[in-house]
Ligand binder design. Structure first.
Ligand code: 5GP
Ligand code: MN
Length: 318
């Protein structure tokens, strides 16, 4: 069980440490990367020694974020000593990947997932925040940290990633106000959206092979796409594939299945009504009511069968 900390206590913890390791979650997205890079920038300005870890490849689309090249890949057999570990935007400990095994210092978790498992020693959690980037903005401004254009870009990227440019149900007046403040600091929304929405050619080519797998269940309320092991390539981005089944008339839940190993299938879910975070948690994953994910230790067809069954049950209960 974590000790919950507020914005002031969190800053005191951060300032009380000299060497900090910041960890972004596996399957890194704009929120975990932008929030981590923004915090790192503020901590370095405060004279702290900071190292950044992520146990995954970094999606090329985020390369424009300042200092992305400072991320290191953790190795279980290479322990890293520090005073405080800060885990950013990760609702459960396994989301640290190998970083879980090479760090032994106390953990501060900054997060916005309702499904947070309270694994850290200290927890700054706001499930109403649209993104961890929104919490990070509050943390820095509440403690008098000046934000430059680069830091504003980090946090703006974090926020727009998680609220889909203010389209999703997690968009609130407060998240829009924070974004407005960041734009006032020099962020160019059109430039960031162009940078984030650009697709690698191999990603669109893969999408063309995956779209024929589109299948409907539950009278058209569930739509699925599949990436079988033969098509899976960890270097090809599939982040945007889920938008295709998501925006079909009549669809409540969109699901992308991606077989990453013979017996491991990654699942991404987006919904309008069903609480998909509960379904994800039942498969040891997590997320938000309208966007969640998990990894099921089964081949694609079996994982799909189990998940569709769970979704149909969740729909019946509505
Ligand atoms: P995505 O479908 O984009 O991978 O993830 C959607 C949301 O669910 C994100 O907020 C992400 O952090 C969360 N999520 C996805 N997969 C997992 C998982 O395996 N475990 C946990 N705890 N959260 C996940
Ligand atoms: Mn997030």
């Amino acid at each position: 069980m974590s000790k919950e900390v507020d914005l002031k206590e969190t800053w005191q913890l951060l300032m009380g440490a000299r060497n900090l390791v910041l960890v972004s979650h596996v399957g890194p997205d704009g929120d975990t990367l932008g929030s981590t890079l923004g915090l790192a920038r503020a901590l370095k300005q405060a004279g702290k020694q900071v190292r950044l870890l992520v146990d995954d490849t970094l999606p090329a689309v985020y390369q424009f974020l300042p200092e992305m090249d400072t991320y290191e890949q953790p190795r279980a057999e290479q322990p890293i000593a520090c005073d405080l570990v800060v885990v950013v935007d990760a609702s459960s400990k396994d989301r640290m990947g190998e970083a879980e095994k090479c760090l032994s210092a106390p953990i501060l978790n900054i997060d916005h997932h309702v499904s947070n498992t309270r694994y850290a020693d200290y927890l700054l959690l706001d499930p109403h925040a649209a993104a961890t980037g929104e919490i990070m903005y509050r943390l820095l401004t509440a403690n008098g940290v000046p934000l430059d254009r680069e830091l504003a870009t980090d946090l703006y990227t974090a926020i727009v990633t998680d609220c889909g440019y203010f389209k999703y149900a997690n968009t609130t007046p407060s998240c829009m106000r924070v974004a407005a403040d960041l734009v006032a600091l020099g962020v160019e929304p059109n430039e960031i959206s162009d940078l984030l929405e650009i697709k690698a050619r191999n990603s669109v080519e893969l999408l063309a092979k995956v779209l024929p797998s589109l299948t409907f269940y539950a009278d058209g309320k569930i739509a699925t796409l599949e990436i079988p092991l033969e098509l899976y390539d960890k270097n090809v981005s599939t982040e945007s594939f889920i938008y295709h089944p998501r925006y079909i008339a009549g669809v409540d839940v969109a699901v992308l299945f991606k077989q990453v190993e013979p017996k491991a299938t990654r699942v991404s879910m987006r919904s309008k009504q069903v609480d998909v975070s509960r379904v994800a948690v039942a498969f040891n994953g997590g997320g938000h009511p309208r966007a969640a994910g998990c990894t099921i230790g089964l081949p694609l067809a079996e994982a799909k069968k189990a998940l569709i069954q769970a979704l149909e049950k969740a729909m019946e209960a509505l």
